[in-house]
Design a protein around this ligand. Structure first.
Ligand code: CA
Length: 534
């Protein structure tokens, strides 16, 4: 056992004992047994106070949205509901605050919102600080279990048959798409590219043939941010993703960054960079991609589907600067072997909700969460009341209030509380919703070979990934920019095992085996324990 592990265990044990001490202190008691003040017969169990840790939105206290939610919950639960907002501080301090809240039962909200805290989450579970949600989801969780897929539940399922957290927010299954300047294609008399070769020819024309017609050499074929996903049409058409662990033809899990197809892609990118087709800002830190898109001097980019909502900020800036310009999404281009895919998002989500030991009526708290998960309540707390705060014109959402009023009303305060990405997210036009679905489908080929790890701990990866990825990035960026020869990639692959890659790969394969076996077990469990309650 190395020093790091010992320290981790100590910290976990300490955290667990603090929580245990907190949990055994039952001096705190919420007023769940208060008699109903108005004598309403339906409120037989008295007022329900429910405290929610909140991270999203404007965090406006005592806002319209709180009252609206309370009224909605009161009428749905048949008893007075008093929502207590526990606003978490900014991103830098939020984790400290969450730990603090969870270490003292007097402070513990009924629902804790958390993200990127797997170690702490494990310690809360071990300490008995969280309720198992399974019986409550069965009884009162129809909206939740119908909205999240079996796949999603799998990632949060404990093999003991318990679930201690549900996602607060999950991106759409396919959130990104290749985007191209439709007006430039037409102007230059080019077809929509279907293959990577055709795509490259289009990018060249967008660079060299003055697509904006101003007589100046001032356009780039491809732009994007400092992230390999910006080169998705190249990597994914070759069936590789340098960020992910992928299944090879033999069912072995390999690190995408080391695969030979990456070499081919880097060679292509090096050539295009030299030709001036690739925007050099892609190789700088944090380029202002949204502004770059708005300025309208680039021909293609791999970017968010949501851009196609006409009231998307940078879409509006683009239209203001380029009244005749038009971006269009295109299907993923096929590579040398005929493979094509968009980028799949993970289905486990990035933030989570757990019901804590402080909740004396966990069944009622899950009822609250489930009501929030309904399309009606989701819409109400995000967009307000139709006719008053927004209207739907020709199927399209239109806000009737400005950003200041939106904040004042507290719209968004309950963001990332089972935030729906389907039709309830009315900000999406019907076309954008369709595009999300199309990208869900077109990201399947990569989804099938990408390994999304279920395990909350990956010690080898934690230990070695920083060094491995540092060399990966130096190598890739060096090659693309022309500072390194393509043989630098071979050097990277050669050094990978000694950098910890051997252990990383071993761990990845073991975890994959374990989770594959677990998945079979889970499917049976889901069939018996969730399916009948939908
Ligand atoms: Ca030009």
């Amino acid at each position: 056992m190395n020093k790091k592990t010992v320290k981790t265990l100590l910290v976990t044990a300490l955290a667990a004992s603090t929580i245990l001490a907190a949990c055994s202190d039952n001096s705190s008691s919420t007023s769940t047994t208060d008699a109903s003040k108005d004598g309403n017969e339906t409120t037989t169990t008295g007022k329900l106070e429910v405290s929610l840790a909140l991270m999203g939105g404007p965090k406006t206290p005592d806002a319209w949205v709180e009252t609206a939610l309370e009224e909605d919950l009161t009428s749905h639960l048949g008893r007075d509901v008093d929502v207590k907002n526990v606003f978490l501080p900014g991103w830098d301090e939020a984790k400290t605050k969450i730990n603090l809240l969870m270490s003292d039962k007097d402070q513990m909200p009924d629902v804790i919102w958390h993200w990127d805290m797997n170690k702490e989450f494990n310690s809360w579970v071990q300490a008995g600080a969280l309720h198992d949600l399974v019986p409550h989801l069965q009884e009162n969780g129809k909206n939740i279990i119908n909205y999240y897929s079996a796949e999603t539940f799998f990632y949060h399922w404990d093999p003991s048959g318990k679930i201690f957290r549900i996602p607060g927010d999950i991106a759409e299954a396919g959130t990104m798409t290749t985007i191209i300047r439709k007006d430039w294609l037409e102007k230059l008399g080019l077809e929509v590219p279907k293959t990577l070769e055709e795509y490259i020819e289009v990018l060249r024309a967008f660079t060299h043939d003055d697509p904006d017609g101003n007589g100046k050499d001032d356009t780039y074929g491809l732009s994007g941010d400092d992230n390999y996903r910006s080169f998705a049409p190249f990597f994914l058409s070759h069936g590789v993703d340098p960020y992910q662990f992928l299944l090879d033809e033999n069912g072995k899990v390999v690190y995408g960054a080391t695969l030979p197809q990456v070499r081919d892609v880097l060679e292509i990118l090096q050539g295009l960079y030299k030709e001036g087709v690739i925007d050099p800002r892609m190789l700088t830190t944090n380029p202002e991609v949204d502004d770059i898109m708005a300025q309208g001097k680039i021909g293609s980019i791999y970017r968010w589907v949501a851009f196609f909502n006409p009231d998307f900020n940078y879409h509006m800036s683009f239209k203001a600067l380029n009244p005749d310009g038009e971006y269009m999404p295109i299907d993923p281009v096929t590579g040398p072997d005929g493979f094509a895919s968009d980028l799949p998002s993970d289905l486990f989500g990035w933030s989570y909700l757990s019901v804590t030991a402080a909740a004396e009526e966990p069944a009622e708290v899950v009822k609250v969460l489930d009501r929030i998960a309904s399309p009606e309540t989701n819409k109400l707390i995000k967009f307000g009341k139709e006719g008053e705060h927004y209207e739907i014109v020709d199927g399209q959402y239109k806000s009737l209030i400005g950003p200041d009023e939106i904040n004042e009303l507290g719209l968004g305060n309950y963001d990332w509380y089972i935030q729906r990405k389907d039709g309830a997210n009315i900000i999406n036009t019907p076309e954008v919703l369709e595009l999300f679905e199309a990208r869900n489908q077109s990201s399947m080929p990569m989804r099938e070979k990408t390994v999304f790890f279920k395990s909350l701990t990956r010690p080898a990866w934690t230990e070695y990934s920083a060094d491995i990825n540092k060399l990966r990035d130096e190598t890739y960026l060096g090659i693309i920019s022309g500072n390194l020869d393509i043989t630098a990639f071979d050097e990277f692959v050669k050094q990978y095992p000694a950098l910890g890659g051997d252990e990383v790969d071993k761990e990845a394969n073991e975890l994959y085996q374990t989770q594959s076996a677990e998945r079979a077990e889970f499917d049976k469990w889901y069939e018996e324990n969730i399916e009948p309650y939908k």
